[in-house]
Design a protein around this ligand. Structure first.
Ligand code: F6R
Length: 611
């Protein structure tokens, strides 16, 4: 989720790179840097903090180079400080990287044995030394890159300079975006279109396992075997505001559509299909200590959407790992005398890492002797700093105030934790482990297909847009999901929305059912399906208008619903992922139809740092 820019041409590279990086800054970053080649040497400048810190550092320094690369970092490996900032370099190689190298620890150990000196904590620096290692063996630059790529597991986009050649920029892509921009006598590369748009709208997208070599007057494309390939150029019609949202109308919609990719990023390097294991580093080691304790239990603290993620996790962890889990709002936890202690693993969930109530709950828990494992999206934010261990979601910057991709990456981590605990307790047989891991790895594709093909939201949107109230019902693991659906709808459309467990309707809320009352119901083919059908029949007979989220091809359930939206089949445990996406989309389209300020809804802030 980093920002990348590269330039080669006749103009000075510095202002072009800084302007390009500025165009990517709307996502928010933690460090930045640039590299140029001059007289056969690299000039590299890096800083911690926002891009303005780099701009200040470069002010007054005149770089003559007309070739250069730049980077803004959203940290995944290593603290957001200067030494970990990109570009990274070895003797002859300087490069910027977006993505995650899964096997970097092993590569690092091998390179250190060979005498390479590695300065940073990043996975990126390893790539420079790996390429250098092949150069040292006499390979030409392009072959050295290709040979290094063969050793990398994970996702990356790379933009690379050779100290001994100021005529070329090398690029490679597997899993992270790169786009090339063409102009007369100059060429560009970037992670995102906004960085190019003020220079050109003629672009070509690099696909996985493709490389490009940029010169001033031409760009050539290759596959990873070194065979040259043809690339089609496209003309982009977006203005700058559209480009920042990758053509989507709002950041929220862009972020909904990013979910397959960021879930895949969050799984990367953690789900090991070969060894049939889940790797959670320090968190995994801490969990292992806890499973040995006789009265081990988990207490989740979180707010809002993150609290819903914790509620989903309770079903998984209790069911798979047989560890008791309680889930509490941080704001409640901090003002009672909760019974947590040394047998308690407190799991704090927070996208921003700055939520004041969750931070206070962490401090209280530690005072009482508990250990804290946090799940967080923003590296080096306050919550990870105060936790014993942290598992980062790799959602990248979430700009829409209503949380979407943060939620699904949180539950991705939580599901991995549930499976890991079950493995540590030896509760799963080989087949079960294999099935669960495979299902997880296939999940991003299932979600991607859904996002390409879903139908039926327009009629639901039309029905809801002028309503004042809406109810959501679901059971079992779908209960927290419908709470999340109701929260999304109220946050951005300002329609009053409440979520109820299906079985609870007759204990009160059924009194609200009358002709035409909109009810969104998750009616998926899980083990509570028959119960949900009865609950829906009860309210339908009182006049409720049923909008069902149903399993694809389930003809009987279609008859029960006034409107329905089909979601793909997935393994039972992973159904929360497939049912939450349509609820996010429903909230989005209803809010859009009402014309509300979707990315910045009234009275809400992205990070709640006050009580
Ligand atoms: C809802 C939403 C909020 C946050 C809550 C916690 O869409 O975004 O409910 O989930 O404020 O924030 P974090 O996860 O940053 O602690």
């Amino acid at each position: 989720m980093c920002g990348i820019v590269g330039y080669i041409g006749d103009q000075k590279a510095k202002p072009i790179l800084l302007a390009g990086l500025k165009r990517l800054e709307y996502r928010g970053y933690d460090s930045a840097g640039v590299a140029f080649i001059k007289n056969g040497d690299f000039q590299i400048e890096r800083t911690q903090g926002k891009l303005s810190c780099l701009v200040d550092k470069l002010a007054g320094k005149d770089f003559e180079a007309t070739i250069g690369i730049g980077h803004t970092r959203w940290a995944t490996h290593g603290r957001p400080d200067e030494i970990n900032a990109h570009p990274h370099y070895s003797k002859d190689v300087v490069l910027v990287h977006n993505g995650i190298i899964e096997n970097y620890k092993k590569l690092k150990d091998d390179l250190i044995i060979k005498g390479h000196q590695i300065e940073s904590e990043t996975d990126t620096e390893i790539i420079c030394h790996l390429i250098q290692d092949f150069l040292n063996q006499g390979y030409d630059f392009q072959k050295a890159i290709r040979s290094a790529l063969k050793e990398l597991h994970g996702a990356y986009s790379l933009v690379i300079l050779n100290r001994n050649d100021n005529q070329r920029i090398y690029c490679a892509r597997k899993g992270s975006p790169l786009v090339l921009g063409f102009n007369n006598g100059e060429n560009f590369v970037a992670s995102d279109i906004p960085a190019l748009l003020s220079h050109t709208n003629e672009v070509a997208f690099l696909h996985d396992f493709e490389m490009a070599v940029l010169e001033k007057t031409q760009v050539t494309f290759y596959d990873f075997e070194g065979n040259s390939i043809e690339k089609e150029r496209q003309i982009i019609q977006w203005n700058m505001a559209q480009a920042e949202k990758s053509g989507y109308k709002h950041f929220m919609l862009k972020e909904i559509h990013e979910q397959p990719r960021v879930i895949a990023d969050t799984l990367l390097g953690r789900v090991d299909l070969e060894k049939m294991n889940i790797w959670l580093d320090d968190a995994g080691r801490l969990m292992k200590k806890f499973v040995q304790k006789p009265d081990f239990h988990i207490h989740v603290v979180a707010c809002g959407t993150s609290w819903h993620a914790g509620m989903v996790a309770r079903y998984w962890i209790e069911n798979l790992a047989k560890v008791p889990v309680s889930v509490e709002l941080s704001s409640e936890f901090r003002y009672r005398q909760p019974l947590v202690g040394e047998n308690t693993l407190v799991v704090a969930i927070s996208q921003s890492g700055e939520t004041a109530d969750t931070l206070a709950a962490i401090r209280e828990s530690k005072k009482m002797g508990a250990k804290v494992l946090s799940i967080c999206n923003v590296i080096e934010s306050s919550i990870p700093r105060e936790s014993d261990v942290t598992i980062y979601t790799h959602a990248g910057p979430e700009i829409g105030v209503a949380s979407t991709k943060a939620f699904t990456t949180q539950i991705t981590v939580l599901y991995m934790m549930a499976v890991k605990l079950a493995l540590q307790k030896k509760l799963l047989d080989d087949q079960d482990i294999q099935d669960r891991m495979k299902a997880l790895v296939e999940l991003p594709n299932i979600l991607k297909t859904f996002l390409r093909q879903y139908k039926g939201l327009d009629m639901m949107t039309e029905y809801l847009r002028n309503k004042e109230h809406c109810y959501f019902i679901g059971r079992g693991i779908q209960y927290p999901i419908i709470l999340e659906g109701a929260l999304k709808l109220k946050e951005i459309s300002y329609i009053h929305a409440d979520g109820y467990a299906g079985g609870e309707m007759k204990h009160g809320p059924i009194a609200l059912m009358e002709d035409g009352v909109p009810v969104v119901a998750t009616l998926l083919k899980d083990d509570l399906y028959d119960k949900m059908v009865s609950n829906v029949q009860e309210i339908k007979s009182r006049g409720a208008f049923i909008m069902g989220i149903i399993t694809q091809g389930d003809e009987d359930t279609k008859q029960l619903c006034d409107l329905y939206l089909e979601v793909p089949e997935a393994s039972m445990d992973l159904l929360p992922f497939v049912s939450v996406l349509p609820l996010q989309l429903l909230a989005y389209y209803v809010a859009d139809a009402k014309g509300t300020d979707i990315d910045q809804p009234r009275n809400l802030a992205k990070s709640v740092t006050v009580e």
